[in-house]
Design a protein around this ligand. Structure first.
Ligand code: MRU
Length: 391
């Protein structure tokens, strides 16, 4: 069964609530644009590509209902119609989370589509809505295809660059956060590369970090790796240095592969908090450090990582944890599955710093894998992305 984070059909959108995974599988209706904003802001849906697609499809579902039965109260901006109404709602959704650029890229492209149709003689609200729906639906289709290409390019590159160092034809990788089917329309970016390596029989073990504070690794990546029967093991974020420092062949990490929320024009990369520390560890241990992301994550208008806005979230996400109650059986083994609780894990519930992302300098990145191919630095240590956008 394919893991489906986004369920869409004309006029209807549902998301798998990622705050409840892996203990509960609950699909939520995204009926209004406000529902979409709330789901993105609260991180019921998260991951740069998934955020953009859910935002785009939430409006598509509303305008499809408009085209069927007149006005739809699920859109915000009741006195507006056509391109203006769609643009107004896109701009509202753009405020839901600031760091991932995929949403801004989708908004720009979708606004262009509707304004172009509006310029055509004889255009109506109906034809504008129809063009919007088709463009938003295409994003869902394109994302899966792009991720499969990222997976294949990334796997080829890793095999070429680590082939001489991994023993017995298998390699171990380390990843961070969740970049799989749950973070995208399907297959995933960094996790897509791991899927591609696994489908070719090359994965000895995929290690994944817990990814504090919201545990996208332990809750979501672990769930996806188990779902696909990929040999895997979780570590806490603070164990990565020790893992890379092991000299035992069994755990030898051949490369670290992560996703991205925004890649600046010079290759500096914003990704889940903790990525930067992993990149420094990779450099110290001479392990390849790879970023996998679609072209929609590359932002040529942002010169460097210093220009990226890093979202800071509320401290309670750091000072609390959610999960089902656990009981111990007589033999000491754990029985998980009681009702879900939120518990406090800190003395001070107000003072924690909670940046959702950090920036990894391009100097620490060996390659950036996109659906169009892999970009490496030139002899001066600089990335060039222009060729990726030539078509
Ligand atoms: O805060 P999140 O869970 O939305 O952060 C997600 C990440 O940092 C991912 O690595 C990134 O969005 C790439 S997902 C393909």
């Amino acid at each position: 069964m394919v893991l489906q984070a986004i369920r869409y059909s004309r006029g209807s959108l549902q998301i798998l609530d990622q705050l409840k995974l892996p203990h509960e599988e609950v699909y939520r209706d995204i009926w209004t644009v406000q529902d979409a904003w709330d789901a993105i802001h609260s991180m019921q849906v998260r991951g740069a590509p998934a955020i953009a697609i859910v935002a785009a499809l939430s409006i598509a579902a509303c305008v499809a209902r408009c085209n069927k039965s007149g006005a739809d109260p699920a859109l915000l901006g009741p006195d507006m119609t056509g391109a203006g109404l769609i643009s107004h709602n896109l701009q509202i959704l753009l405020t839901s989370r600031p760091t991932a650029v995929n949403l801004a890229d989708a908004v720009r492209k979708l606004e262009k589509v509707v304004w172009q149709v509006q310029q055509q003689p004889g255009s109506t609200d109906y034809s504008i809505n129809e063009a919007y729906i088709q463009a938003a639906e295409q994003m869902l289709v394109d994302d899966i295809r792009d991720n499969e290409n990222i997976g294949n390019h990334g796997a080829d590159w890793i095999l070429r660059h680590t082939g001489t160092v991994f023993p017995a034809g298998k390699l171990s990788v380390l990843t961070h956060c969740n970049t799989g089917s749950l973070a995208t329309a399907g297959y995933g970016t960094a996790l897509g590369v791991i899927r591609s390596l696994h489908s070719r029989g090359y994965v000895k073990r995929a290690y994944y970090t817990e990814t504090r504070p919201y545990n996208q690794g332990s809750r979501l990546t672990g769930y996806e790796l188990m779902h696909d029967n990929i040999p895997s093991q979780m570590i806490t974020d603070s164990m990565a240095g020790a893992l890379l420092g092991l000299k035992r062949e069994a755990e030898n990490i051949n490369c670290i592969i992560v996703g991205a929320d925004r890649v600046a024009a010079n290759g500096d990369t914003a990704n889940k908090i903790g990525t930067y520390a992993l990149a420094i560890l990779a450099k110290w241990h001479s392990v390849k450090f790879i970023v996998a992301a679609p072209r929609t994550t590359i932002d040529l208008n942002t010169a460097s990582g210093q220009d990226i806005t890093i979202e800071e979230r509320r401290s309670h996400e750091v000072t609390t944890m959610r999960g089902p109650a656990v009981q111990r059986s007589k033999d000491g083994s754990l029985i998980v599955g009681g009702s879900v609780h939120e518990i406090a894990i800190a003395a001070d519930h107000h003072g924690a710093w909670n940046p959702a992302f950090d920036v990894t300098c391009h100097a620490l990145i060996d390659a950036i894998v996109t659906e169009k191919g892999v970009v490496e630095k030139d002899e001066n240590g600089e990335f060039h992305f222009e060729k990726l956008f030539a078509d």
